[in-house]
Design a protein around this ligand. Structure first.
Ligand SMILES: O=C(O)c1ccccc1NCC(=O)[C@H](O)[C@H](O)COP(=O)(O)O
Length: 219
């Protein structure tokens, strides 16, 4: 299987270079001021301009207004928007048509009751990010390094491309791929040496593990 990898929460051109070396497919830039990965627009523009053609630049926003998205899209060259808040299907439709960029909608999963929210977005989003639902006490709506029970989505297939996220790392990504059948993965905390600080060696090791042809680790 040709697994595609998104590395989220990049903050510098060095981080981009690490993703290029690792042959990642997407890089994520976080726009959420409470996050240690947050980028101001000027800094994000510099990081985005260092990304070579062929590596998709994804902006992650949380319940952003049109005015906030207007300012972001005006300044930063982007290939995709990741909506990581409580955006409704109607909001996804609006954002997609206003900016003409593909939209990936993140949906948090903790138990069976969260699965219908995935279906709600299948008709409107270009991609779905199936992520761990943050605990009520969490400061961040994502990027918490927490997994969810992958058996909840084992064998499920959706009619749009989707990514698996939530607490993935070098040691569990092969099992996660095998159990869920995902062919795209997204990681942030698992390739950091401290919150918001990416580790180039971990990025390369994660991408290699995700693409490892024989996945024979026990589940
Ligand atoms: O990373 C953040 O700080 C963040 C802030 C606000 C919303 C989402 C955020 N991150 C999402 C991601 O990086 C990933 O899409 C996903 O949640 C996986 O994160 P992790 O469990 O850390 O690998």
């Amino acid at each position: 299987m040709n697994v595609r990898v998104k590395i989220c929460g990049l903050r510098s051109a060095d981080d981009v270079a690490a993703c290029v070396a690792a042959r990642a497919n997407y890089v994520g830039l976080v726009f959420f001021p409470k996050s240690p990965r947050h980028l101001e627009v000027d800094m994000a523009r510099d990081v985005a301009l260092s990304v070579p053609v062929g590596l998709a630049k994804v902006a992650l926003t949380v319940d952003a207004t049109d005015a906030e998205l207007d300012a972001l899209i005006e300044a930063v060259p982007l290939d995709m928007l990741q909506l990581h808040g409580h955006e409704t299907p109607d909001r996804v439709v609006h954002v997609r048509s206003r900016y003409g960029l593909p939209v990936m909608k993140a949906v948090g999963i903790a138990d069976e009751g969260d699965l219908p929210a995935l279906s709600d977005h299948l008709q409107v989003a270009d991609q779905i990010l199936v992520d761990a639902k943050p605990p009520k006490s969490a400061q961040l709506p994502g990027g918490n390094g927490l997994t969810f029970d992958w058996r909840l989505i084992a064998g499920r297939r959706w009619p749009v491309p989707w990514m698996l996220a939530g607490g993935l790392n070098l040691t569990n990504v092969a099992d996660a791929l095998r159990l869920t059948g995902a062919d795209q993965v997204d990681v942030s905390s698992g390739v950091e040496r401290a919150p918001g600080v990416k580790d180039a060696a971990k990025i390369v090791a994660f991408c290699d593990a995700a693409r490892m042809p024989a996945r024979d680790a026990a589940i």
